[in-house]
Write a protein that binds this ligand. Structure first.
Ligand SMILES: Cc1ncc(COP(=O)(O)O)c(C=O)c1O
Length: 406
């Protein structure tokens, strides 16, 4: 009998699982935990999208297996979104595919294009599937820092190409970035596309936060760069834009060969999202977009309450320009605890759950990620609790002592 399966050895338990199980225990004991852990939107989708779903459900013809690569109307709606938002013209037949959330699409694209031992460049820290999708597929990961200046990022790419055997076959990009909330402009994409075309490296861009931005210009798409689709695909999702995370609808668009490969892989694995969900998703993309501005305003207000509340607690944090996350350096006095130790202490003493930065990769150490999925009153309450914890002469040194003991 195999003692430990090869794949399981490559998949360590989620670091977040530790904080989650402590949170579950505290809640079971009746404690009110304010949860900034998972990036799981707390608001419902727009009313007209739910209405379209319920209306479609009563059609007897929509309950059969759907199509794995997505119904044509939804693929056309994605192409129309790219047209109006980015000025990018896509062929819905060959350049767009619907996925069961972008996470599924990313994971299956990794399976579709990876040979064992391929080297993939993945930002660190990153959303876990960016690395683990490829690890599951048998690739070796080379980490690259999350840089937003083209020159700095290109230096890392050049180094990776010079020192990797075999040469890297793909690079993952994710801007606006989860967890760091950093953003890039078109010059950045232009430089990366130019480099990757010269070196024959595919680019997989994750644009899950395309519409969650608060400052400056809306985040661009890599597909705006001429020639990008020779090497790049981009993932987008309805999860954050329309607060539909449980519906599991995302998209992959761009390079025909990559889209075709993902489509082939998925044709063996699934029959597509439930047709009424795809019909309602089409209504989301084609309908009134006022809900997106509301979503943005909600996260912006929460962000401001968090930044101001923590400042009042003596903890100055950078204000994120985009995403639904604040990427927060540990207060200097608590750095020795590490992000996991400090996250546990916040849970125990302030009744606040956050994600330890180290869960996103080793370069996430020294940070916490706050997901803005609690309302403003609860964010204020959390900041009061944190203030009491940081200023509590007994509690804080006690937490530090415990951390030092390990
Ligand atoms: C960067 C990033 N990509 C992808 C996803 C997954 O989105 P989906 O719900 O479309 O699978 C998330 C979810 O948090 C994310 O943060």
């Amino acid at each position: 009998m195999i003692q430990e399966f090869h794949s399981m050895r490559r998949l360590p338990p989620y670091v977040f699982a530790e904080v989650n199980s402590l949170m579950a225990r505290a809640r079971a004991a009746g404690e009110d935990i304010i949860d900034f852990g998972m990036g799981n939107p707390d608001q419902p989708p727009p009313r007209h999208v739910i209405d379209k779903l319920t209306e479609t459900l009563s059609n007897p013809r929509v309950h059969r297996y759907s199509t794995s690569r997505g119904i044509p109307g939804l693929r056309r709606a994605v192409a129309a979104y790219y047209g109006r938002r980015f000025g990018v013209e896509l062929d819905p037949e060959s350049e767009v595919i619907v996925t069961l959330g972008s996470k599924e699409g990313l994971a299956n694209l990794c399976q579709a294009i990876t040979s064992p031992g391929d080297i993939i460049l993945v930002p660190n820290p990153s959303y876990p599937i960016h690395a683990f999708g490829f690890i599951i597929a048998g690739a070796a990961i080379r980490s690259v820092p999350v840089e937003t200046e083209p020159e700095a990022f290109l230096r890392h790419l050049e180094r990776a190409v010079a020192h990797s055997v075999p040469k890297p076959s793909a690079v993952v990009l994710n801007f606006p970035s989860n967890p760091t909330a950093r953003v890039v402009d078109l010059d950045f994409y232009g430089a990366v596309v130019d480099f990757c075309r010269r070196h024959g490296i595919y680019v997989i861009s994750d644009l899950a936060y395309a519409e969650v931005y608060f400052e400056g210009r809306p985040p661009p798409s890599i597909l705006e760069i001429p020639g990008a689709r020779e090497i790049a695909v981009e993932f987008t999702s309805l999860s954050k834009t329309y607060s539909m995370p449980g519906w599991r609808i995302g998209f992959c668009a761009g390079n025909r060969k990559l889209v075709r490969s993902l489509s082939r892989m998925k044709s063996y694995l699934d029959y597509g999202a439930f047709t009424p969900i795809q019909v309602a998703a089409t209504a989301a993309l084609n309908g009134d977009q006022a809900c997106i501005e509301e979503m943005r305003n909600r996260y912006r207000e929460r962000r401001d309450v968090l930044v101001e509340g923590l400042a009042a607690a003596g903890w100055q944090i950078p204000s994120p320009p985009a995403t639904m996350f604040a990427w927060v350096p540990l207060p200097p006095a608590f750095e020795p605890m590490g992000s996991l130790g400090f996250a546990k202490a916040l849970l125990e003493h302030a009744k606040v759950a956050v994600s330890p930065g180290v869960g996103f990769g080793e370069h996430g150490e020294g940070h916490l990620r706050f997901a803005l999925v609690e309302n403003r009153q609860r964010i204020r309450q959390a900041c009061r609790n944190i203030r009491a914890f940081l200023n509590d002469a007994d509690c804080a040194p006690e937490a530090l002592k415990l951390a030092a003991k390990g």
